[in-house]
Design a protein around this ligand. Structure first.
Ligand code: UD1
Ligand code: CA
Length: 486
C-alpha cells in the first residue's frame, strides 16, 4: 500500500511546465543528537529523505536536486540506493558548504535549474506532504506566480509569518521570520510551511538579490516574496489545515510523533479496505502490506518489507512479519517471528504457525503445515500437511507431505564448513530428540526412533533406530556420600 496512490495528475505531465524539485538537506539536525544525518533518520523503516524523493517521483518531476552539506557523502550515497523506486527520477546533488541559510541553499541548485521549469522547494526533513497538496500548489503557481504553501498554527512560534495587506484573503506582501518579526507580526497565525513553487526564471533573478541583513545573519529564501511583490509577480497562497503534511523533524520526539501519524494513516487506509485491526494505534507497517479480504490483525504487530496476506488470514498479537507471503486461511499465532529477508518466506493455505515460531529466509511451507512453539525453519520446504509442533530445527531440508517431525528433533545441516541438505520423504515419522546429520535421506513412510542420531540414509518403510541399546542393571545401589572422619 502506498499513500501516494491516491494522487492522479489530471493534466498529465506533458501539459504543464516541467517540475524541478529542490530538496534542502544540508542542515545539521543538532537536536537529534545522532551520528546519522537527520534526513537519513528512518520513518516507517526508510530514511526521511526517501519519503521526499518518493513525493518528487509521484509528481513526475523532471529531476530532484538534493542540497547536501552535513554528512553530504552519506546522504548522497543513500539517495542512490533508494531501492523502492517505482518510477524513474533523475537525482542531482549540489553541495552547500558552509550553510548560510535557506536562500543560500537554493542558490547552490541554480546551475542545475533550466529556465523552462517550475521549481518546487521541499525539505528533506518534512516527509509527509501529500503529492496532491503539492500538485495544487503547482497549479496555483501556474508557471508564472510565486505560490506558497501556508497554514494557520495556533502557536506559530518560530515560523515565518505571512504578512498580508489586510484580512485573510488580501494581498500577500512578505514573509517575516519569527526572529525578525514585530510584536504585531508575531500575532499573525498564518505561517509559511517552508514549501513553495516558483518559476525558475524568477527564482534565479530573486536569489541573486538576497542579502543576509537580518536577525540571524542568514540568506533567507523567504525574502524573495518581497522581490516578487516589487516586480509585480502575483504571490498566491495555497492554504491547508493539516499540519502533519508540513511538519518537520528536529528531535526524536517529533520523529516519533510523525511516525505515529504516518502509521495511523496507513492503519486507517487498510481499515477502509476492510482489514480488521484490533487497535490502529498499535500497528506498524515499515514497507508495503497487501491484504486480501477478511484479514484480521491483533495488537502490536510489525510488518516490514513486502508482506502479502491472503484472504481470511489471521495474525495474532505481537508478531513480526517481514518479506513474506501468507496464503489464504493461514493462522499466525502470537509472538511469531517471520523474516524472509532476500529469499522470502511462504506460508501455505490454512497453515498454522506459532505461537513462538520462527520462520527464516527460504522457509517455503505448503498447505496445512503446522509449525508450533520454539520451532525454527530456515531454507527448507515442507509439503502439504507436514508438522513440526515443538522445539525443533529444520534447516536446508526438503520435507515431503504428511511428515511428522518430533519434539526436540533437528537437522544437523552444518559441518563447520559447508551446509548440507536433509531430504525427508512423504509420510516419514521422526521421533523426538533426533539428530539428522546431513547430507541424509529418510525414505518414504519410514520411522526414526526417538533419540536417534542418524548419519546414514534410512530406507523407506523401515524403523531406523540409532542410539545406545538400553541396559538395566538389577539391584543397583547408588554411591553413598563419604562420612567425614572425626
Ligand atoms: C524556514 C522558513 C520559515 C518557515 C519554516 C518552516 C526560511 C528563512 N524560513 O525556517 O519561514 O516557517 O522553515 O519550517 O526559509 N537548510 C539547508 N541549508 C541551510 C539552512 C537550512 O539545507 O543553510 C535546510 C534545513 O536542513 C531544513 C530546511 O532547510 O531541512 C529548513 O531550514 P530550517 O533551519 O529548519 O528553517 P527555519 O529556520 O525553520
Ligand atoms: Ca525548521
Amino acid at each position: 500500500m502506498q499513500l501516494t496512490s491516491e494522487f492522479q495528475d489530471p493534466d498529465g505531465a506533458q501539459n504543464r511546465a516541467p517540475i524541478d524539485v529542490v530538496i534542502m538537506a544540508a542542515g545539521k539536525g543538532t537536536r537529534m543528537k545522532s551520528r546519522l544525518p537527520k534526513v537519513l533518520q528512518p520513518l516507517a523503516g526508510r530514511p526521511l529523505l526517501h519519503h521526499v524523493l518518493d513525493t518528487a517521483r509521484a509528481l513526475q518531476a523532471r529531476q530532484a536536486v538534493v542540497i547536501t552539506g552535513h554528512g553530504a557523502i552519506e546522504v548522497e550515497a543513500a539517495c542512490v540506493i533508494n531501492t523502492r523506486a517505482t518510477a524513474p527520477l533523475t537525482i542531482n546533488f549540489a553541495r552547500q558548504e558552509p550553510q548560510l541559510g535557506t536562500g543560500h541553499a537554493v542558490q547552490q541548485a541554480v546551475p542545475a535549474l533550466a529556465d523552462d521549469g517550475v521549481v518546487l522547494v521541499l525539505s528533506g526533513d518534512v516527509p509527509l506532504t501529500r503529492p496532491a497538496t503539492l500538485f495544487h500548489l503547482i497549479q496555483a503557481c501556474a508557471g508564472e506566480n510565486l505560490a506558497l504553501l501556508t497554514l494557520d498554527m495556533p502557536d506559530p512560534t518560530g515560523y515565518g509569518r505571512i504578512v498580508r495587506s489586510g484580512d485573510a484573503d488580501s494581498d500577500l506582501l512578505a514573509i517575516v521570520e519569527h526572529k525578525d518579526a514585530s510584536p504585531e507580526q508575531r500575532a499573525i497565525t498564518e505561517i509559511y510551511s517552508g514549501i513553495m513553487a516558483v518559476p525558475a526564471t524568477w527564482l534565479k533573478r530573486w536569489l541573486a538579490r538576497l542579502d543576509n541583513r537580518n536577525a540571524q545573519g542568514e540568506y533567507y529564501l523567504t525574502d524573495i516574496v518581497r522581490f516578487a511583490v516589487a516586480d509585480g509577480v502575483p504571490v498566491v497562497a495555497h492554504r491547508i489545515s493539516d499540519a502533519v503534511q508540513v511538519a518537520g523533524v528536529n528531535s526524536p520526539l517529533q520523529l516519533a510523533q510523525l511516525e505515529r501519524a504516518y502509521q495511523l494513516q496507513q492503519a486507517q487506509s487498510l481499515m477502509e479496505d476492510g482489514v480488521r485491526l484490533a487497535d490502529p494505534a498499535r500497528f506498524d507497517v515499515r514497507g508495503d502490506l497487501l491484504c486480501a479480504q477478511d484479514v484480521s490483525i491483533d495488537v502490536n504487530c510489525v510488518f516490514a518489507g513486502q508482506v502479502n496476506l491472503g484472504e481470511g488470514v489471521s495474525i495474532g498479537a505481537n508478531c513480526f512479519i517481514a518479506n513474506a507471503v501468507i496464503e489464504a486461511g493461514a493462522v499466525i499465532h502470537p509472538y511469531t517471528h517471520i523474516d524472509g529477508e532476500n529469499l522470502g518466506v511462504t506460508v501455505g493455505v490454512r497453515a498454522l504457525i506459532g505461537p513462538f515460531a520462527r520462520l527464516r529466509p527460504g522457509a517455503q511451507l505448503g498447505a496445512e503445515v503446522h509449525i508450533g512453539n520454539f520451532v525454527e525453519v530456515k531454507n527448507s520446504t515442507m509439503a502439504k500437511g507436514s508438522k513440526a509442533n515443538h522445539l525443533a530445527y529444520l534447516g536446508d531440508a526438503s520435507v515431503g507431505e504428511r511428515v511428522n517431525f518430533g519434539a526436540g528433533s533437528i537437522t544437523a545441516n552444518y559441518d563447520g564448513a559447508n551446509k548440507h541438505r536433509t531430504v525427508i520423504e512423504d509420510d516419514v515419522h521422526v521421533g523426538s530428540n533426533c539428530v539428522l546429520v546431513a547430507p541424509i535421506t529418510l525414505g518414504a513412510g519410514g520411522t526414526v526412533g526417538g533419540g536417534s542420531t542418524v548419519t546414514k540414509d534410512a530406507p523407506a518403510g523401515a524403523l531406523t533406530v540409532a542410539r545406545g541399546k538400553q541396559v538395566s542393571i538389577a539391584n543397583w545401589s547408588r554411591p553413598q556420600k563419604a562420612t567425614k572422619a572425626q
